[in-house]
Each structure stands twice: as structure tokens, then as C-alpha cells.
Design a binder for this molecule. Structure first.
Ligand SMILES: [Fe+2]
Ligand SMILES: [Fe+2]
Length: 165
């Protein structure tokens, strides 16, 4: 099992809220982000599994794949900063997925998650600006752009859900 960095929130949803408040991440914050992004992949796959519409499933799975890529990019950014990449946990090694409350696919959740994704873009941009390492900043920006596309996908999911209702 992967261990949490010191002082990391122990609950997945609390960790999302915490990381959204970090403007200048420490290395421990970045490690937490690796674990969180890797959990984000499983969260999206779980949401996709609960969708009857294959278009919705595809949109959610696409974002899930990106979240895992985000975990690897943050891991590489850590490598640029301290010389060693941080390992990305497999789902069964991810402490945020132990006894977690699985999300349910609802219109409300899609709308609030879309806002979280757009905020995620802004957050990565702040990290890129405050980071003294150009290569790490570029990795953060690439993640940020994709968080915005996740926000747009979730808006699309909301429209599809509303149309089915
Ligand atoms: Fe992400
Ligand atoms: Fe995302």
C-alpha cells in the first residue's frame, strides 16, 4: 500500500478540496496529487460503469485515462524537482480507494465535478506560474489544459443525462 505524505487528508473528497486550496505546492503536496490523480482514474471508471448510455461511458472513460496520465506527469514533475520520480499507485495500492464512498452518476454531481475540473485547470496554472522549474511547469500546464477539457466533457454528460430524464 502506498503511504500518505505527512498531513495529507485521509479521505478522497477532502483531499480534492485540500489540493484545490494549494497555490504553491510542496513536494508532499505533489505526492498527494499523484495519489489523487491516480484515484481520479478509478473514480471516472466507476462513474462510467454506472452509465447506461455508451456515449456517456466513453466521455467518462476518456477523462479517466487522462487522470492516470496526469498522475504520471506530476510524478515526472517531482523527478524534475528532486531528481527521483514518485511512484504512481495501482488501484489496489491507492490509500484513497480503501473503503471509499463510490460516486453515483447524477446530474448534480456532473455539474459540481465540472466546476471542480475547471478550478483544477486554474490550480495547475497557478502551480506552473509559481514553480521555478520550466519542465515541471510545462507538465502542470499540460494537465491543466486537460482538466478544462474534462469540465467540457462533464457539461456534455450533463446535457445527455438531462435529455434522457
Ligand atoms: Fe487530473
Ligand atoms: Fe480531470
Amino acid at each position: 500500500m502506498h503511504t500518505f505524505p505527512a498531513n495529507a487528508p485521509k479521505d478522497l473528497y477532502e483531499a480534492f478540496a485540500y489540493i484545490g486550496s494549494v497555490t504553491r505546492p510542496t513536494i508532499d503536496d505533489l505526492k498527494l496529487m499523484v495519489i489523487l490523480e491516480a484515484a481520479g482514474k478509478v473514480m471516472y471508471d466507476e462513474l462510467a460503469a454506472g452509465a447506461a448510455d455508451p456515449k456517456i461511458r466513453a466521455l467518462l472513460n476518456d477523462s479517466g485515462r487522462d487522470e492516470l496520465a496526469h498522475a504520471w506527469r506530476v510524478s515526472r514533475a517531482i523527478g524534475k524537482l528532486i531528481g527521483t520520480d514518485y511512484s504512481v499507485p495501482a488501484p489496489e495500492e491507492n490509500p484513497y480507494l480503501v473503503g471509499w464512498v463510490k460516486p453515483e452518476l447524477t446530474l448534480e454531481l456532473m455539474n459540481s465535478l465540472a466546476e471542480t475540473e475547471f478550478a483544477g485547470e486554474a490550480n495547475y496554472e497557478r502551480w506552473a506560474e509559481s514553480c521555478g522549474n520550466a519542465e515541471a511547469s510545462q507538465l502542470f500546464r499540460q494537465n491543466g489544459r486537460e482538466e478544462a477539457s474534462h469540465g467540457h466533457r462533464l457539461k456534455e454528460v450533463s446535457e445527455l443525462l438531462a435529455a434522457c430524464a
